[in-house]
Ligand binder design. Structure first.
Ligand SMILES: [Zn+2]
Length: 205
């Protein structure tokens, strides 16, 4: 800014003040029918103070997005729940680590959420043809007794993608899907996970 002589500065200040006073007078006149002139405040004082801007080096939070877990067989009910099976003969079979969803042979099985196929296999005494998928929230899902597997290990899957068909392979008495969800290698109730949203860290800061 150009430096001004003290006299010039004081003139500017005075003219500024008088301009403000004129402004205040005009305001008072305008407000006169509603409020007495004495209560009106000069425009300068009524103006809100500019907020103080302070630059603070605050760490940013991680960038996240959400994924939602969907039903692998939409519209089909769970026939055998997660947990204890009172009718199971042996102790090994008593603890049901997933849910059973009955559906006609050949029904399309959808992956519950986006992820990567960890492994596929055939377990004749248990899961039959099965698929295991790892999801970005750290959980994994398993699909058993399939009649057909349509994915390979290492494949990246989008949510709801077809991965295979319902069957009755392995330890099964009729066409159904055995659907399991694991977190830290421990089975969790899929009914409590399906429909839930999870925050996925896209970029850690
Ligand atoms: Zn089962």
């Amino acid at each position: 800014m150009r430096r001004l002589l003290p006299t010039a500065r004081s003139i500017l200040i005075h003219s500024g003040q008088s301009a403000a006073l004129i402004g205040a007078g005009l305001l008072a006149m305008a407000a006169a029918p509603l409020a007495p002139a004495a209560t009106s405040t000069p425009r300068q004082e009524a103006r809100p103070a500019a907020p103080q801007v302070t630059a603070v080096a605050r760490p940013a939070g991680p960038v996240t997005r959400q994924i939602v877990f969907l039903a692998p067989l939409p519209g089909q009910a769970v026939n055998s729940p997660f947990g204890l099976r009172k009718l199971a003969i042996d102790a090994h079979a008593r603890q049901h680590k997933g849910v059973d969803i009955a559906a006609p042979q050949g029904s399309t099985v959808h992956v519950t959420a986006e992820g990567v196929v960890v492994r596929i296999g055939f377990d004749p005494a248990g899961y039959g043809n099965f698929i295991e998928v790892r999801h970005p929230n750290g959980m994994s899902s398993i699909y058993g007794h399939l009649s057909r597997v349509d994915v390979a290990s290492g494949m990246a899957l989008t949510a709801g993608q077809r991965i295979g068909l319902v069957g009755s392979t392995g330890r099964s008495t009729g066409p159904h899907l055995h659907f399991e969800i694991r977190r830290n290698d421990a089975a969790v109730n899929p009914v409590k996970v399906v429909g839930r949203r999870f925050d996925i860290v896209v970029k850690a800061v």
